[in-house]
Design a protein around this ligand. Structure first.
Ligand SMILES: [Zn+2]
Length: 329
């Protein structure tokens, strides 16, 4: 904790000590004779908005890191990467779905303190272009709508299922989202693997009922959840289950149900994930696609469309999506 002592030339002892409690909080201890008094000072933050645009060469981390360098420090770039993944967490699995050449744009609030610290605030709008198809997310709030993100059709970005069983921020950027299981050893492999550290929380991708939480041979500790639409999601190689999670328990979307491990046929810690429809493994990309949420109320649709047009125009004019690094072709 930085400390400053202020001692006037006429005195042998300091008359003021300033402690920096946080990037935006100072504690002043002032002495008058024998008496010390304390007061706290909040440093003012100024907020503006910045637009960032980039295209994917390898990972979202890498793309954000290189494209936001001029406007955000490293810590804030990582924070923005995570926030951006959160905005799209019902639509895009950022560790699996991105291809080289896919692009993003984001308009975000930036706060700067007089001490030079910079942090990112709320995302106001963002777009993702995956294989040429653009997905938009616009923050919208009104008296009847709590601040939330809506897509270009005016539907909530929230849906019945999350796109991935691990939070993107929990997946190490160094893995690059790729993981190779013991090919040829575990022949029935028909799932998606997420490399993550031992103990990383695994979340239920939708509301449901646990139908199995037990040992499953090659799967190691495995968990099956049945969802309302009849889908079953399966989570394997778990180190263990979250407390209270057993066959018959109800779980809600996003709830931590287990922890990443390497039980069963696994060379290292990772989560094996499957979506089963009528007992058959299906590609989560298609099985979970487009189950969109509630729309903006019809009476507010015009307001929303006006805001959306404004946000997109801002992104258009300010976030150049110049190809970076390997994506340049
Ligand atoms: Zn697997």
């Amino acid at each position: 904790m930085p400390v400053v002592f202020r001692t006037p030339q006429t005195d042998s002892a300091p008359t003021e000590i300033v402690l920096q409690l946080a990037i935006d909080r100072l504690l002043h201890l002032k002495r008058d004779g024998e008496i010390w008094t304390e007061s706290e000072e909040r440093l003012p933050w100024t907020t503006d908005t910045v637009a960032v645009g980039g295209s994917i060469a390898s990972t979202l981390y890498e793309a954000m890191d290189s494209s936001a360098k001029a406007v955000l420090p490293a810590g804030a770039r990582q924070q923005l990467t995570w926030s951006l993944a959160d905005v799209f967490e019902y639509k895009i699995d950022m560790s699996r779905d991105l291809q080289p050449g896919d692009a993003f744009r984001v308009l975000v609030e930036r706060s700067s303190s007089s001490s030079g610290a910079v942090r990112v605030g709320r995302i106001l709008a963002a777009t993702f272009t995956l294989s040429g198809t653009e997905l938009q997310a616009i923050r919208y709030a009104s008296q009847s709508v709590r601040g939330d993100f809506f897509d270009q059709t005016g539907k909530s970005m929230r849906a019945a299922f999350l796109r991935a069983p691990l939070e993107f921020r929990r997946i190490s950027s160094t893995f690059g989202g790729r993981f190779h299981p013991i090919l040829g050893v575990w022949k029935q492999h028909k799932g998606t693997d997420y490399a993550a550290a031992f103990g990383t929380p695994v979340r239920a991708i939708g509301d449901g009922v646990v139908i199995r939480a037990s040992w499953g041979n090659g799967y190691g500790n495995m968990l099956d959840i049945r969802h309302r639409n009849g889908f079953v999601t399966r989570y394997g190689h778990l180190r263990g289950f979250a407390s209270g999670v057993h066959a018959g328990s109800r779980v809600t979307i996003g709830q931590t149900v287990a922890y990443v491990g390497a039980t069963g046929l696994a060379t290292g810690p990772h989560l094996h994930f499957e979506v089963l429809v009528d007992g058959v493994q299906r590609d989560p990309r298609t099985a979970l696609r487009d189950r969109s949420g509630d729309p903006v109320p019809a009476s507010e649709r015009q307001d929303f469309d006006r805001l959306r047009a404004q946000m997109l125009a801002t992104l258009e004019s300010r976030a150049a999506t110049a190809p970076t690094g390997l994506a340049a072709r």
